[in-house]
Design a protein around this ligand. Structure first.
Ligand SMILES: [Mn+2]
Length: 342
């Protein structure tokens, strides 16, 4: 075909599509319909491995199995473990969504807490929620929707069950991502949140993939522990949830690591950064727990009298220095939030 011929085809096809769209309003309407039917699947702000991987798993399931166009997006930069896991299983980093247009179709995974979701979440068209956290309240939907919340350690474990027999069609990357999400949320089965279902699903996936769980978990935790590139303020916000204790609003921050000394060597600088972070985030104070994954204990920083009092009353420990070690404490959800008292 000559160059002129290409031009003729291009012009005529454009005319044809324009005529088919009838008028500008109809064209705009069609565009908006197409845009809003592309479902965005996302987890919480400050995405960890489960909030990065589970949206990819569910977007695969919706698009490829249910024939419903969907894409995974992130509500922020993934943490170092999630970045490692994306690369390890051959995924591009999903786009980071900075604003949510009203009416966008969304599926929310790994949280049901509006404080961990974009502003205007209730103006979106929430199609489904899949989560393993306590019901917080505050989300509003346009109609009845599918909600699946189960007391399992990981969103991906729930998805494994929901996807059911179609797991046989899942590509290696999806299965691997599922396994990584479970190893991350269970801290390699060390966290007391781990259920027999999480273990069984993880072992079945590892057998299927022909990989050794201990090796993958060690690589993931090494990636998570390399926090040298982050500022003190970034560390305090990396995995932090707001919680009210007595009349105080606290940011309960946990850092899961196999190298606690790397963080504890920055203790003074972390303590100096706390007032600024608390003020900027509308909290009275920050409680920072450094979770030692391998030794299965937490070190809590005691930067002032308020935090010392909370530590004594909540964990029944006598505090003397500016840190306290809490043996066996691994889970904010199961062992920290429920006992905090002032
Ligand atoms: Mn999770």
């Amino acid at each position: 075909m000559t160059l002129a011929g290409v031009g003729w085809w291009r012009d005529n096809l454009l005319t044809y599509s324009y005529k088919r769209a009838n008028n500008r309003n109809r064209a705009t309407l069609l565009f908006n319909l197409r845009d809003s039917t592309m479902i965005k699947v996302f987890g919480h702000l400050s995405p960890d491995t489960d909030s990065t991987g589970s949206p990819l798993i569910w977007a695969w399931y919706l698009s490829q199995v249910r024939q419903t166009p969907a894409e995974a997006v992130l509500l922020g930069k993934p943490n170092t473990e999630a970045t490692f896991v994306l690369d390890h299983w051959g995924f591009e980093q999903p786009q980071i969504m900075t604003s949510l247009a009203a009416g966008t179709s969304v599926v929310i995974v790994d949280t049901n807490n509006p404080a961990e979701l974009p502003d205007g979440i209730n103006d979106a068209d929430i199609r489904a929620i899949i989560d393993h956290h306590k019901l917080v309240g505050g989300l509003e939907t346009k109609g009845p929707i599918d909600i699946t919340m189960r007391p399992l350690a990981c969103t991906a474990t729930i998805m494994h069950d929901l996807i059911g027999k179609h797991m046989a069609d899942a590509p290696r990357g999806i299965k691997g991502m599922m396994l990584s999400c479970i190893l991350s949320d269970t801290l390699g089965f060390r966290s007391p949140t781990t259920t027999p279902t999480d273990r069984d699903v993880a072992h079945a996936l590892a057998d299927d993939l022909g990989i050794e769980i201990g090796t993958l978990a060690a690589q993931m935790f090494a990636a998570k522990s390399d926090v040298s590139a982050f500022s003190e303020a970034e560390l305090l916000r990396m995995d932090a949830k707001k919680f009210t204790v007595g009349d105080k609003i606290l940011r309960i921050s946990v850092l899961e690591t196999t190298a606690p000394d790397q963080i504890l060597s920055r203790k003074e600088a972390l303590v100096d950064a706390i007032p600024g972070v608390a003020a900027a985030d509308g909290a009275d104070d920050v409680m920072l727990f450094i979770i030692d994954i391998l030794n299965e204990e937490a070190t809590l920083i005691l930067q002032n009298e308020l935090i010392k009092t909370i530590a004594e009353k909540s964990f029944g420990v006598a505090v003397i220095g500016d840190t306290v070690v809490l043996p066996g404490v691994m889970s904010r959800k199961k062992q920290i939030i429920p006992v905090l008292t002032l």
